[in-house]
Design a protein around this ligand. Structure first.
Ligand SMILES: [Zn+2]
Length: 352
């Protein structure tokens, strides 16, 4: 089963209650709760449980329906979202949500991605809702965030809520009912999802092996742990990209490279992450040196230009060396700053 369906620890009790009533759920359920607490994952798990043909329906993770869900191709699961929300969605759900959005090229033409669920999406939903389930007994539509629907969209959705097709479930998600038409909320069973206690968040993040500074950054972001974690990961990706590109720019110079700048950036990134990035960089360089030699000329990238001036034999040696340094600092047996310095000096020595 895709990890994606795993519940967050603070959702377990709420899930037990939902499972108990699975056989008699109304056709429309509205999950509410603050940002970043995992509403979409909870709702998706319910959607898959409704499609699952396993006996426990928890969902089983093994039946045809569960496996198709994980591969992103279940024909009876439909996900409607906005273009902005899509950007932070897990990849398994993106394949479902994409079907209801404009194609990539039309989206690319817009200056900013749309933050609303538009009437065309609801029209497409109505069309799908009128078709019998293809594979499962049920057919499920997840709409997140339902309060980002345009008015026209909301009015169209009302029709589906008023005259539900048989074996069709709508699972709606919003932060609160505040911005929803009362005619919509009154036709749904509402369930407020729990906000985790700060201790629960801390324990969960510790299980993910995050560092104390990272945990407190997430705790303080004020947007719920899931959003906090995503932001942290995005920031770290940006910082890693910036670090690698600075290393490359320094290596491009023939002399007077500023290793102190790199060491400082590497430490800011976190020593272990820095060494991971350097390992990836060295392995890319090894490949690039081979490519440059085979072509007998350099390509037009910075990496290729550097590869031309790189001693390949030394590269293999420092790859092993940096790997060793990384393992040693992970095991706590080496001064971290020294390890970063050592790795950067080694790379500097390979490039003329
Ligand atoms: Zn199943």
């Amino acid at each position: 089963m895709a990890n994606y369906l795993e519940l967050y620890p603070w959702q377990i009790k709420a899930w037990e209650r939902v499972v108990e009533s699975l056989g008699r759920l109304p056709h429309a359920i509205l999950f509410t709760g603050t940002e970043g607490i995992g509403k979409l994952r909870f709702a998706t798990r319910l959607a898959v449980a409704l499609l699952c043909e396993g006996e426990e329906k928890s969902p089983c993770g093994e039946c045809r329906n569960c496996r198709l869900f994980s591969s992103g191709t279940h024909p009876d699961l439909h996900v409607l979202t906005s273009e902005t929300k899509l950007e932070s969605m897990d990849s398994v759900l993106v394949s479902y949500a994409d079907r209801y959005l404009d194609d990539q090229s039309s989206r690319a033409k817009r200056k900013n991605p749309r933050s609303t669920i538009v009437i065309d999406q609801i029209r497409a939903l109505i069309e799908s809702a009128n078709v019998k389930p293809h594979l499962s007994v049920n057919k499920v539509f997840v709409i997140d965030p339902v309060d980002s629907m345009t008015n026209a969209g909301a009015n169209s959705l009302l029709k589906v809520l008023e005259e539900p097709a048989p074996n069709t479930f709508l699972v709606l998600i919003a932060q609160s009912t505040q911005n929803l038409l009362p005619t919509i909320t009154s036709r749904c069973q509402k369930l407020l999802l729990p906000v985790p206690e700060s201790e629960q968040i801390e324990q969960w993040l510790m299980q993910l092996k995050l560092r104390p500074q990272q945990i407190s950054a997430i705790q303080q972001c004020g947007k719920g742990p899931i959003v906090g974690l995503q932001q942290l990961q995005n920031d770290e990706i940006l910082r890693s990209t910036a670090f690698v590109s600075t290393v490359l720019k320094q290596l491009q110079r023939h002399k007077q490279r500023d290793l102190f700048e790199l060491i400082e950036l590497g430490i800011q990134l976190g020593e272990a992450e820095c060494l991971d990035e350097l390992l990836r960089l060295v392995s890319k360089l090894i490949r690039e040196v081979a490519v440059v030699r085979e072509r007998n000329q350099k390509g037009d990238t910075l990496l290729s230009e550097i590869a031309l001036r790189t001693d390949q034999r030394k590269l293999f040696l420092i790859y092993d060396h940096i790997g060793l340094l990384r393992n040693q600092i992970r095991a706590g047996g080496l001064d971290k700053t020294l390890a970063v310095e050592d790795a950067l000096i080694a790379i500097d020595n390979c490039v003329r």
